[in-house]
Write a protein that binds this ligand. Structure first.
Ligand code: GLN
Length: 556
């Protein structure tokens, strides 16, 4: 079967959960035995979100092949359990980049290069190529809202694709908002009508309208939307607010959305098996207890900046049937006087990834607090760096130890910039100039790692060879390895060629693990990441063993 396409557009306003809707539709089709892939088309001009501020745009999601992508790809992987790659995410910038490179090379043979057809052709090529593994269905999510200037070439391209690929192979789903007016006590369909009108003015007639709303749409409201927007009456669906994102697939199923899609696209779909989704929701709703985890970071005002991390902690809870309460602690506000007050009562401390010196001393303090008080600790990327710096200063007595990222002239650069390392994916030696760290190449994407048999890391994974995703420049400086190991902070994960240190842990501690990679990118609710699972398990152990006070620790 040739790949069929479902295009998901959004109307009225942003943040309606288009990414989650696309991911949920994908999960439902997968449960019916349909092979699915997803792609995100982002209208912004950045070539990728790698350079964008997570404060503004949310996290940068990294794939195995080292692509820096939109955070919606994280949802896709979590709902589908299929790895995404660079070709699952294009931006206007990346499309224009290709067109301009071709123009400079003379590929257009002297022709005038225009949005239609040159840019739209490049978009269509990207879309058509996404089902390269022979998937039955490709879901294409168009970022932004219908009516945005930047989104127009994408909409024009997907309009053309219906004639190119044949009506029976293309389905348009439009997600809109149906607001509930409390004063009038009714749902309002006008914004939806306007949004569909806008879509039709550029030649796209939606087949299905998905209405985000506070309450379920009654049949007469659906009929009204169908009439005004020229869709079949049973092609209007409620996407009602749910209290947990993992309930969305079941909510769509209850509405019959996947069945309608299967009929409209004539998919050979079997009856869905949703037992794993039901089991997941059951576990989420019936925890045997709660743990509270402190995330000591900089972007605490915008939890979107830690999207995958947040989800991975939830998954760690699911694996232990525990609810996880996340407490965001602003590292910039931590000082030696208040650190105990701010962190006590937490069952686990997590220091996530990040860039720049701001707030780092607070994070280092949090690492020390967790180490000394034997609170389960998980450091990720920058979090590992902070734990290493703290250990060097307090245990090894290297009082000025630091990362060369923050203090380049530090006498003890326990974290430093490697000038060359072997890039496993591109099979080449990567080199960079230590004098220009900003322009330096990042270590991106999946790298192999070998675990030491006797370690918390190996106990978690249950195997010795793993692959995890990276996004950083700085590394642990192996010149200090012996000193660290002699005092009990061991190198428990290392690259096969033994040059790159991937995991470090403190042996005489209930659970103190720092990793150079980002495990949160590979966690899903159906397959919780082993490190998050064990971190939450140890937090539960800490909670049930007793608080700081009952252990008679310095915090008592
Ligand atoms: N800033 C650090 C580096 O570049 C850590 C990056 C991260 O946490 N992802 O190495």
């Amino acid at each position: 079967m040739k790949t069929k396409f479902i295009f998901v557009t959004g109307g009225v306003l942003s943040s309606l959960g288009k990414g989650l809707a696309a991911a949920s539709i994908a999960a439902l089709l997968k449960s019916r035995g349909v092979r699915v892939t997803i792609q995100k088309l982002d209208p912004y001009i950045n070539v990728d979100p790698g350079t964008m501020n997570p404060f503004q745009h949310g996290e940068v999601y990294v794939t195995d092949d080292g692509a820096e992508t939109d955070l919606d790809l994280g949802h896709y992987e979590r709902y589908l359990d299929v790895p995404m790659a660079q070709y699952n995410n294009y931006t206007s910038g990346s499309i224009y980049n290709t067109v301009i490179t071709k123009e400079r090379r003379g590929d257009y043979l002297g022709g005038t290069v225009q949005v239609i057809p040159h840019v739209t052709d490049e978009i269509k090529k990207a879309v058509r190529d996404v089902g390269r593994k022979g998937e039955d269905v490709a879901i294409i999510e168009i970022g932004g809202t219908v009516g945005d200037i930047e989104g127009q070439p994408f909409l024009e391209a997907i309009r053309q694709l219906r004639s190119d690929l044949g009506k029976e192979n293309v389905l348009y789903i439009h997600l809109t908002l149906v607001p509930y007016m409390r004063t009038a006590g009714e749902l309002k369909t006008k914004p939806t009508q306007h949004s569909v009108k806008e879509l039709r003015s550029i030649g796209i007639q939606p087949d299905i309208i998905l209405c985000r709303s506070e309450v379920e749409l009654a049949e007469d409201i659906k009929a009204k939307i169908a009439l005004f927007c020229s869709v079949e009456e049973d092609a209007v669906f409620s996407a009602v607010d749910v209290d947990n994102i993992y309930k969305v697939p079941l909510a769509f199923y209850k509405e019959g959305l996947d069945q309608k899609i299967a009929i409209m696209l004539r998919l050979p779909a079997k009856n869905p098996d949703l037992s794993d989704w039901r089991d997941l929701v059951h576990r989420l709703e019936n925890p045997k207890g709660r743990v509270s985890i402190g995330i000591v970071g900089k972007y605490v005002d915008l939890t979107e900046a830690y999207k995958s991390l947040h989800e991975a902690l939830v998954h760690g809870g699911v694996a232990n049937q525990l609810a996880v309460d996340l407490v965001y602690v602003n590292s910039e506000a931590l000082d030696p006087e208040n650190v105990q007050k701010r962190l006590q009562g937490l069952d686990g401390v997590l220091v996530p990834g990040g860039f720049g010196y701001r707030g780092v001393e607070g994070k280092i303090m949090a690492c020390g607090f967790a180490r000394e008080n034997r609170i389960p600790f998980f450091g990720i990327c920058l979090g590992l760096h902070c734990a290493v710096i703290e250990f060097a200063r307090k245990v090894l007595g290297l009082s000025e130890a630091n990362s060369a990222e923050f203090v380049p002239e530090t006498p003890d650069p326990v974290i430093y910039l490697m000038t060359e390392w072997y890039d496993v994916r591109n099979q080449c030696l990567q080199q960079r100039d230590r004098s220009s760290d900003k322009g330096g190449t990042m270590r991106l994407g999946a790298y192999p790692c070998v675990l030491q048999g006797e370690s918390m890391a190996c106990a978690a994974y249950g195997r010795e060879h793993i692959q995890e995703r990276h996004r950083h420049r700085y590394e642990f400086n192996k010149a200090y390895a012996e000193q660290f190991e002699a005092r009990g902070m061991i190198l428990s994960g290392i690259s096969p060629d033994e040059t790159l240190v991937e995991i470090m842990e403190i042996q005489d501690h209930p659970w103190f693990v720092g990793c150079q990679f980002h495990p949160e990118f590979k966690s899903s609710p159906m397959q919780p990441h082993p490190l998050f699972r064990d971190f939450i398990k140890s937090a539960w152990g800490y909670r049930t063993r007793g608080s700081l006070a009952s252990e008679g620790s310095p915090a008592a």
